[in-house]
Every structure is written in C-alpha cells, then in structure tokens.
Ligand binder design. Structure first.
Ligand code: HBI
Length: 365
C-alpha cells in the first residue's frame, strides 16, 4: 500500500516558550519527533507559546498566560487554568485549523488537551512526558485511554505503571539525532556531570554530595528553576567543586558533556525517561543513576553505567570508583541501536498509521 505523507500538527507544552528550557526534556522530545517524522517525508507544524524558537520546522506562536507547572499540582484533584490561557488559545487554533492536518500530536502534560480529544474531527495523539503526579490528570488519562484506544503514549513501562490504567498506554521509547553528538573515547580530566531542571524533585543535592566526597568537579547543565534550592545546595556542600554551565543548546551541551567521566542522575521522583541519559551515552559518557523509573530500562548495570539504590549517595560514590570497568564505546553503540531517530521515527509512524486508520474506520462505521 503506498504510504501517505501525513500533515501533522504538534502542540508544545504551555508552561514556557520552546527553547526557554522551562519545558525541560519535552522541548527536545518534541523537536526530535518532528525531525524523525520529517526524515520519513511527513510534514510538521509546531504550535507553541509566544517567544518560542525552533529551527526544525514551521512554528506558529500563540499568546496567552502560561500554564501552572504540573509539579506544583502534585496530588491535586482539580485543574488550574489562568484567564486568557495560552493552553486554551493553542487548542482554539488547533480546532480552527484541524482540517489541514491528518493528526494532531499533543506534548502538553495537561488535562484540557486530553479532555478535548473526542470533540475533534481528527485523531489526537498524546505524549505523556512525566509519571502520574495528580489524581485529576490520572483520571483523565484513564478516561481518554478508554474512549480513544492507543491515543496516549509514554516513554517507558515504568512511567506507564504509575497510572491507574497503565496497561492501556503505548510504550514509545525515545530517539535523538545521534549525528549531533560526538563520541569522546577518553576525557582530558576526570569530572562529573548533572543535567536537568534545577528543581527539588531532581535531587541535585545528592550529586553535589557525591562530588564533595570524591573531590571530582561537578558540571551542572540546565535551567535554574528554583533559585532558593540552588543557593541551598551551594551552602550545604561548600567543599564541592561545582560549575554551573547554564541551559545550553544541544551542540554546546554535547561538547562539554562528552568530556565528563560520568553523568549522575539523581531523581527524587519516578523519572519518566531522562533524555540526558541517552544524550550522555551518545557522547560515550556512562550514566550512574538511581534505580528509578525509566532509567532502569535504559542503563545497563555494569555495561553502560551503574544503577544505585534510590537516594544512596555512598552508592553513587562506590559506582564512581568503578567507572574504569565501563567501555565508553558500548554506551555509544546502545544509542545507535536503540535510540536513533530512524528507530524512533518508525515506531511513531506505525503508531500514527494505526490511529489514523482506526479513526477513519470508526467514522465510516
Ligand atoms: N506542567 N501543566 C504542565 N504542562 C506541561 O506540559 C508540563 C508541566 N510541567 C513540566 C513539563 N511539562 C515538562 O518539563 C516535562 O514534561 C518534561
């Protein structure tokens, strides 16, 4: 059957402009999904809040007030939506323009896009980029995964299992553009890296503590989302040699990350996936991570890094001492085999084929 090229509308996170770093990993996920599908001949338009930037494809910017971040709504049983909400305005644009597209792909971790799914006359695919955080979101994920089968995807089985009906969710993994990352066989000097939004749920203090214990410098990459938390870390670990590198572009991040001996991933929550892990592997950098969430499915203990008991800083220190056991090229090979854009693009395309054909069959019947 001749494969049709799809016209796809991607809707970004409403918590911040694309390129600001406020959206964390989902900004990279969205742009890599666009690259993966465009490489297969599909067309993508991205809708995102005003002030967004991307060099991947056509971008439509929408004004309005940013959405409250879901991390501040943990345990909530109601949804907070501001007046003149950018989320509302993005979905008004989606409703008005839906007939120009074959499928809409939502990257917001929000109640509204999920609820709107059955109201549209085009299939909507949802990328749920975090584990379950609130009953109100969990209930809507359950509801829509029941009404619209296969419409909702997560990165890993561990993330799916945090939702009440995790068995209904599609496990789609992740992909990065491996060509953007240079493999470094041997760094010039020993050092540690930490990548992520600097916010309490990410557990940066444990990486700082491990750096202080080992005397290795720690390079921190990511947006300082919680200034008070960042200051507290500096005062709590005065002997740790910490370098704040900022929220960098992929090219600048990979240049510095590749020179590190290991990436420490210290999530305090069920990490949905951890883009940084596969970015590190692509540079040849092993990952030392708490055995949490999606990272258990990505890090091969003793092969591409080490999995450490949740919250155990001594465990991190012990793993750092064993780093010479790891062959850095194995890390690169794992990404090329399992996390390339081609592999991920095939999986996304098959998912969309199914959603589009199910949708059109349902409409005819
Ligand atoms: N919160 N309400 C809301 N909506 C999002 O799309 C969202 C969020 N918090 C964090 C976030 N997205 C991203 O940083 C993660 O999905 C990676």
């Amino acid at each position: 059957m001749t494969k049709r090229n799809y016209r796809l509308l991607f809707l970004s996170t409403p918590v911040g402009a694309l390129g600001s770093g406020i959206g964390g990993g989902v900004e990279l996920t969205l742009q890599n999904a666009a690259k993966a599908l465009m490489a297969k001949g599909h067309e993508v338009e991205i809708v995102a809040p005003e002030g967004s930037v991307t060099n991947v494809t056509k971008l439509t910017q929408i004004s309005g007030n940013m959405q409250t971040s879901a991390q501040t709504q943990v345990g909530a049983d109601m949804v907070v939506i501001p007046q003149n909400s950018v989320l509302e305005n993005m979905w008004s644009y989606a409703r008005e323009s839906q007939n120009q597209f074959d499928l809409l792909f939502n990257f917001a971790y929000d109640w509204l896009p999920l609820y709107l799914t059955p109201f549209f006359n085009r299939p909507i695919a949802h990328w749920i980029s975090m584990s379950s955080l609130s009953p109100v979101m969990d209930a809507m994920v359950s509801k829509i995964s029941g009404i619209c089968p296969d419409a909702i995807a997560v990165n890993t089985r561990a993330c799916a299992d945090t939702f009440s009906h995790g068995d209904r969710l599609m496990i789609m993994g992740k992909g990065i553009d491996v060509n953007q990352y240079n493999f470094i066989a041997k760094p010039k000097n020993p050092s540690l890296a930490w990548v992520g939004r600097i916010s309490p749920e990410k557990g940066l203090e444990d990486a700082a503590s491990a750096a202080q214990s080992t005397g290795l410098p720690l390079h921190v990459f990511g947006l300082i989302q919680d200034e008070g938390y960042w200051q507290k870390i500096q005062t709590s670990f005065p002997k740790a040699e910490i370098y704040y590198e900022g929220f960098l572009s992929t090219d600048n991040l990979q240049q510095k990350l590749g020179q590190c001996s290991a990436l420490l991933m210290t999530p305090r929550w069920i990490e949905a996936f951890g883009n940084a892990a596969i970015e590190a592997f692509a540079c040849g950098v092993p990952v030392i991570s708490y055995s949490s969430g999606g990272l258990k499915e990505i890090v091969r203990h003793g092969k591409t890094g080490f999995l450490v008991k949740m919250g155990s800083v001594p465990g991190l220190v012990k793993a750092i001492d064993q780093l010479d056991q790891i062959d850095r090229f194995t890390c690169r090979q794992q990404v090329e085999a399992e996390y390339s854009l081609e592999v991920w693009g095939d999986r996304l395309e098959k998912w969309f084929d199914k959603l589009i054909s199910n949708y059109s069959n349902a409409r005819i019947s």
